[in-house]
Design a protein around this ligand. Sequence first.
Ligand code: FAD
Length: 476
Amino acid sequence: YSSQAKPTRDSSYAIINNNDIEHFKTILDSHSIITDASEIDGFNQDWMKKYKGNSNLVLKPKTTDQVSKILKYCNDKKIAVVPQGGNTGMVGGSVPVHDEIILSLSNMSKIEKFDPVTGVVVCQAGTVLETIDSYLSPMGYTVPLDLGAKGSCQIGGNVSTNAGGLRLLRYGSLHGNVLGVEAVLADGTILDCLSTLRKDNTGYDLKQLFIGSEGTLGIITKVAMITPPKPTSVNVGLFACQDFNQVKTVLSRAKSQLGDILSAFEFMDRPCIDLVLKHQQVQDPFDEKSPFYILLETSGFNETHDSEKLNSFLESIMAENLIIDGSLATDSKNISAFWKLRESITESLGKEGAVYKYDLSLPIEQFYSIVELMRAKFNDKANVVGFGHVGDGNLHLNISTPKKPYSKEIFDMIEPFVYQYTSEHRGSISAEHGVGLMKPDFLHYSKSNNSINLMKSIKNTMDPNNILNPYKVLPK
Ligand code: FAD
């Protein structure tokens, strides 16, 4: 699963026995306790089928109180636990490494409150992101994050990974949009930080600890989030560019000329488009192939104003020869078709074979060079593609080979080179996917020793028995 070996099982963790299962039966009904191996299989394996654990117990609590009782028991007995949301994570964080209990949040999926004046929604952590969006839509609101996994990922998983996605450019990160969380600590303590206030400077902002800590500091049971009004006028442009310099210049023009209506700026190279055309029912929108494509979205509330702005932007980038081809979609069918090209890259890669995924933040000057370097390194040995949220400086570098299983030889060609390159340019080795099981040993490429030590002491204070998501995020 990486160039590093899988961590060995920590023998200080208890092995679950029948007495434990009998105890869980006093907390949960029998449908919420899964012990059947074939049913557990899907929970043991991640979305990419890259990481596989060996758990023989899944617990599916319905209330915060049940989560608290489970954790208290596990902490007392030193039983390791992995929290699992929609299991769409990309770094192996949501599946057990060995025999940890899987605590699935999928039975905690109630939307509890919505305030139509402030736009604040409160829901249980297991609510699927798309369900929240469908609930908000008739009331004229939308969720402030959007990602290809929206039909399966849960808000608790999104908050735990600080998921970025396609609209971060417009609405900012979950560190800003999440107003409060309720979380259960390792010893069962219920921490009520479920504020719905925009402003609250009463000392340390504890909820931030749970945003992006990937289930290592507590289990999120509820989330309060500010949601923006749903734009009524949406346009999407797909542009073809000759080189990456053009992509960069179009990005800076889009920021200055489209300003507040710019809601997404995504890029993909030609090999990405070829993959999508191979695996999905979509058509190439252009007659000629180009090396780079931009998907740009505007969202606003005044159709005439937005399309005038977009058309004059388009005229100016064409006049400056910054694009070689372009097409605009204004109706929902064409808009979805353009988005499908971008959103189904991950799924199409998954159909290729083994996929080695790297999710990097890089300065715009070095953004695409790493893709070219890796392509030169691999030659015909693997397919190297680059795409991502270029508007946020986030590159998804993916290397695929036609055959599984994952190969140590390929890993060694990529790691630690990719991380060293990223570190040399002061980038991040994980822009949005997190650290999970994939990257603890590489964390030092993005965090100083002092930072890692402080992270370890926070972990030790909040989870002294280290029962929550062990082997993940922090290096040994
Ligand atoms: P899981 O995968 O179940 O868990 C992720 C981590 O959070 C694990 O460490 C788990 O232990 C922990 N966790 C889950 N729920 C809780 C909880 N309630 N309390 C504490 N810890 C918890 N990610 C992006 O950031 N941007 C993208 O654009 C993006 N696009 C994607 C597209 C596709 C097609 C796919 C498959 C994935 C994509 N992802 C993206 C990755 C993934 O969807 C996100 O990381 C998502 O936020 C994970 O949510 P989940 O509910 O599936 O969490």
